[in-house]
Design a protein around this ligand. Structure first.
Ligand code: ZN
Length: 393
């Protein structure tokens, strides 16, 4: 390998606020003899697990160790490199059919790159059967194949220990707020004051910070969520708030799903020969099955997007009660807040519910997240929650 790129350059510039991780990955790229065939990228939501894994994949395929400008780097980052297979769960889980296909490819020698890389985002969503298929491959990995699995560190048990024990674990941390703000200014051209606000308001979640900085609708949605706690003065207000939260999450998900679905359906129809003159008889009967399958997949994805959107709102809410809790318990030094721009409101909340009341409400939010994960209907779970969050008279 010729002159190695510096940590702040090339593909590594994308990995924000993780100098230790970058150093470890660069060392692995520099010494192919010591290469590990399975890696597990863990870290809290928004820490950039899949970004780090993809940068690593690019550096592995690049003759310069990840300069970020060559054909290999660019195609890996764009997701079009022939020797980097990516699995992103679109529905609620990654099934065995998806994984089997991948494992077949993983068994081959790389066609042009240096490695055959398989990147699984949200590996915690693999079904048991899918996990077993991956495990079989990890037990005897082909010499040029590298598995990069990503999973949130909040649920380490979601990745079976049999898989984890075969992986080298890379732990990402929540990037510092300043590092996130810098990236928004330098890469996205965001105004420094707005960048600082967005980075602080998202608690170092890079993707969230970028959305808050760029999208007025996202800022309004966050405000609506954080306005909820002090609005819960009556049973009617609680039910209204639950309705608003569910509706907002559904609208956000429908919009995201709609933009994905349309293009996808068109592409599938085109591939089936649905032209201006309409499909032939055989294409139509063949197409009906394919389109039905696609519809099923899109429905599953819409459900997941809705759940993710609602979960983001619940995380914001929990952060708000957590702020009230630390403000009520803080002695000397001013505490670090999750929502520093809403300090006056969390102080007011602390006065009204106290530390114990805030703690009880955080528990209620966590219970609501569990209920949603267990498929309780969102409206029912949210109504139970907002009633539990109601302010004392
Ligand atoms: Zn390169």
């Amino acid at each position: 390998m010729s002159a190695p790129v510096s940590p702040a350059e090339g593909v590594w510039a994308r990995v924000i606020g993780q100098p230790a991780v970058v150093a470890e990955l660069r060392a692995a790229v520099a010494d192919p003899a010591a290469m590990t065939h399975a890696w597990l990228f863990t870290g809290p939501p928004g820490s950039g697990r899949s970004v780090a894994a993809r940068a690593f994949a690019a550096a592995l395929q690049c003759a310069e160790g990840g300069d970020g400008t060559c054909h290999a780097c660019r195609t890996v980052l764009a997701g079009t490199h022939a020797d980097v297979q990516t699995v992103v769960p679109e529905g609620l889980s990654i099934g065995v059919a998806e994984v089997r296909q991948l494992v077949r490819i993983a068994g081959r020698a790389p066609s042009q790159g240096r490695w055959q890389v398989v990147l699984v985002e949200d590996a915690d969503r693999m079904t048991e059967q899918a996990s077993n298929t991956v495990l079989k491959m990890l037990e005897e990995p082909p010499s040029r194949t590298v598995f990069l699995l990503c999973a949130p560190s909040l649920h380490p048990d979601d990745v079976p220990v049999t898989i984890r024990s075969r992986c080298r674990v890379v732990g990402l941390r929540t990037p510092p707020v300043e590092a996130v703000a810098d990236v928004l200014v330098e890469r996205d051209g965001v105004d420094p004051a707005l960048a600082a606000w967005s980075a602080a308001a998202s608690g170092g979640h890079v993707g969230r910070a970028r959305r808050l900085a760029r999208d007025e609708v996202a800022r309004m949605a966050r405000k609506a969520v954080l306005d909820v706690p002090l609005s819960l003065v009556s049973l009617a207000a609680c039910l209204d708030a639950a309705d608003d939260l569910v509706t907002a999450a559904q609208e956000e998900a429908d919009e995201a799903a709609g933009s994905l679905d349309g293009a996808e359906t068109e592409a599938v129809k085109a591939s089936l020969g649905y032209g201006a003159r309409g499909p032939g008889v055989s294409a139509a009967s063949r197409g009906a099955g394919v389109l039905k399958e696609l519809e099923k997949r899109q429905k599953s994805r819409a459900t997941r997007l809705g759940r993710d959107s609602l979960d983001r709102a619940l995380v914001d809410l929990a952060g708000f009660y957590r702020d009230a809790l630390v403000l009520d318990s803080a002695g000397g030094a001013p505490p670090m807040l999750m929502h520093p721009d809403r300090r006056a409101d969390s102080e007011e909340l602390a006065r009204r519910v106290g530390a114990e009341g805030a703690l009880r409400r955080i528990d209620a939010i966590l219970a609501c997240r569990v209920a949603l994960e267990q498929n309780v209907k969102p409206r029912i779970a949210l109504e139970a929650l907002t009633v539990a969050l109601r302010l004392p008279a």
